[in-house]
Design a protein around this ligand. Structure first.
Ligand code: AFD
Ligand code: MN
Ligand code: MN
Length: 425
């Protein structure tokens, strides 16, 4: 199913109300010497990768409630991201997970992605599940396994994922390592870390010169007492042990409650080692909920550090922006439309922070002024900027409204039937 620009224009209807809102905001911002055109361009250029595993309903260890019309193949996942991109104009990439998404026809997959205006972002390996016909099990770990043969199998899988990504145009590999323990004394922390370091170094050495390695961290789950790559510091240490093209990947759901993620972001960018982001929201754990649905101010504070870093840390690479969420209750595509809007909104508000005035207020220890500067930006209704950025690329004025007006989910069910396929996480 494809949505045409004419269908979107028809769904947009009359733009007079939008124009009035946009001009009112532009007038207000011009009084603060803020030009809107660069903001609209920055938003129009800001592209987020959609994870292939988020296009179907997710699940928990207690069950999965499917959603009709879900994609049952890589091709259908690509076309779903194409729908998101047509509506939002900010979902210009897809991130695959191997072996769930191993292509059969690479040419057809590349052509379909191009047809939908999509590129292949970071590609994800999977050594947290056993695969059919695999020689060894990962039950007791993969890259950190005590058995060298099992570590070698896990390294070989990661390099196989790189080879698949090379055929699709990806340029980075994301490693999320589930290895860890569920009981005290189960394993040696030091030996597990040393083995992990050696394994990621082998992966790094086996990657092409123009690839990056993104090392993700997580404090717990699926293991409940310890995870080998438990926090940003461990990831940072492993990235440094690999080399210049290895970085830390920050997943917003991978922090213990009340962690200061914006400080983690600032620290990694200062050291040029923040490689990418997995956006989601959470209340307690790695809940993988809709971005911005619970802590939108926290998301804004993170983006405020990201924007500062993008403007002041030239040694930090361009960031791989990606959503990493799982949808158990909402229509996955509606959830992703909300997530994309929340990311753009936080980015737009962060661009409004007067960094010079903030720096001056900090030097004066004027804490009240610091808060006013941050919250002044946060309280600005930037939606007209997002709308204009989408319209400038032929996107929807209101993507969620258009998605419903065009009855996309109904069309997908008619096309794919009510069957649903358990895919991914
Ligand atoms: C799970 C992990 C991690 C990883 C993702 C895809 O917690 O976030 O990036 O699966 O492998 O969400
Ligand atoms: Mn993640
Ligand atoms: Mn996660």
């Amino acid at each position: 199913m494809q949505i045409t620009k004419d269908q979107i224009a028809a769904a947009n209807g009359n733009l007079a109300h939008h124009d009035a809102n946009f001009n009112f905001l532009a007038e207000n911002l011009s009084r603060a010497n803020v030009a809107v055109d660069p903001l609209v361009k920055a938003l129009a250029d800001f592209q987020v990768a959609v994870p292939s595993w988020a296009l179907g309903a997710g699940g928990t260890r207690f069950g999965r409630f499917s959603f009709h019309g879900e994609p049952g193949s890589l091709e259908q996942k690509i076309s779903d991201v194409g729908i998101l991109h047509a509506l939002t104009q900010t979902a210009g990439a897809i991130s695959l997970h191997i072996p769930w998404d191993t292509p059969t026809d690479y040419t057809a997959v590349r052509d379909l992605a191009a047809e939908n205006g999509l590129v292949f972002d970071a590609i994800n390996s999977n050594t947290f599940q056993d695969q059919p016909h695999a020689t060894h099990s990962y039950k007791h770990g993969s890259l950190a396994n005590t058995d060298e043969a099992i570590r070698a199998q896990a390294v070989a899988h990661n390099l196989e994922v790189v080879r698949i990504g090379e055929q699709l145009g990806s340029k980075s590999l994301t490693v999320w390592l589930a290895d860890g323990t569920s009981f005290p004394g189960q394993r040696s922390f030091q030996r597990a870390l040393a083995q992990t370091e050696k394994s990621v170094q082998e992966i790094y050495t086996g990657m092409p010169e123009d690839w990056s390695l993104l090392i993700e961290y997580k404090p717990y789950e699926p293991n409940f007492y310890s995870t080998v790559i438990m926090d940003w510091g461990t990831s940072f240490m492993l990235a440094n042990a690999c080399g210049d093209r290895a970085y830390t990947l920050v997943d917003l759901g991978h922090h213990l409650p009340n962690s200061n993620i914006e400080q983690v972001v600032a620290t990694l960018m200062a050291k040029g080692k923040l490689g990418g982001f997995h956006f989601n929201d959470s209340k307690y754990g790695d809940d993988d909920l809709t971005v911005g649905s619970i802590k939108p101010y926290a998301l804004f504070l993170i983006f405020s550090e990201l924007v500062y870093g993008m403007q002041n840390n030239p040694h930090n690479p361009d960031l791989a922006w990606m959503i990493d969420a799982s949808h158990n209750i909402k229509d996955p595509l509606e959830d992703l439309i909300q997530s994309l809007e929340a990311i753009q909104e936080a980015y737009a508000k962060a661009l409004l922070v007067d960094q010079e005035a903030l720096a001056a207020a900090q030097l004066d220890h004027d804490v009240v002024a610091c808060q006013e500067i941050l919250q002044g930006a946060y309280r600005t209704d930037v939606r007209p900027l997002l709308q204009r950025a989408r319209l400038s690329r032929g996107g929807a004025l209101h993507p969620l409204e258009a998605y419903r007006k065009l009855k996309v989910r109904t069309g997908l069910i008619q096309e794919r039937g009510k069957h649903t396929v358990a895919t991914g996480l």
